[in-house]
Design a protein around this ligand. Structure first.
Ligand code: ZN
Length: 232
């Protein structure tokens, strides 16, 4: 038995239904893709980019890797950014982390896979090390992991903003913004981290401003949870 047959069958049904709804759909897509957004997210199977934001094929350019990391030396991710910005002229880049990210959790706990993934997760261990006092000040292990998810989005969005491709696009006046989002597996909602850069000026002080917003939102959330507990 072909284990993949259900997927092929699903595909045939999807293609038929799409053409039934819109007979020109694939013909149009074949001619051109003109997405306005680049999604840089985690490879986790529970975070399907297009579906979460209700985007059809052709509307979202996507790059995914373990724990949504954007290293300056990663030619894969940097090439995606270059193609998206220079060729497709996308207007927004979203770095999207998610709570409950196994890659972030492993880096936080200092666990090793004893494989090549350890090199990759080193980027997140760097983020954890940069914010060590903040992370250590969070007594609850689950909240500590969520905080590192948010800090990782912040640092990776800053990496995107500092990339040569984005800096060059801003220098020639191209309209382009970089954003940091976190997705919650628990309720399917995306949260904006209050971090958006629309040009080189906005990048100055972005880390401090975004960090302040992240910590403010967390203390608001903690206060609401305490009120709810004491009122119960
Ligand atoms: Zn993940």
């Amino acid at each position: 038995m072909n284990d993949l047959q259900p997927l092929i069958d699903n595909n045939a049904r999807w293609a038929d239904a799409t053409v039934a709804r819109d007979p020109e759909f694939f013909k149009r897509l074949q001619r051109q893709q003109a997405p306005e957004y680049l999604w840089i997210g985690c490879s986790d199977s529970r975070v399907p980019a297009n579906e979460i934001v209700g985007m059809a094929p052709g509307e979202l350019f996507v790059h995914r890797n373990v724990a949504n990391v954007v290293p300056h030396s990663d030619v894969n991710c940097q090439s995606v950014i270059q193609f998206a910005v220079d060729a497709l002229k996308i207007k927004h880049i979203m770095v999207v982390g998610h709570y409950g990210c196994a890659g972030v959790q492993m880096a936080l706990e200092g666990r090793r896979s004893q494989g090549v993934a350890d090199y990759w997760l080193g980027h997140i261990r760097d983020v954890a090390s940069r914010y060590k006092p903040l992370l250590e000040a969070e007594p609850d292990a689950r909240h500590r992991a969520s905080l590192l998810v948010e800090l990782n989005v912040l640092e990776q969005a800053i990496n995107v903003s500092h990339s040569a491709v984005v800096q060059d696009a801003w220098a020639r006046g191209q309209q382009l913004s970089v954003h940091g989002w976190v997705y919650s597996l628990g309720d399917g909602r995306v949260r904006q981290l209050g971090l958006s850069a629309e040009g080189p000026e906005a990048v100055k002080g972005l880390r401090e401003m975004a960090l302040e917003r992240i910590l403010e939102a967390r203390s608001r959330h903690r206060a609401t949870a305490q009120t709810a507990r004491s009122g119960a």
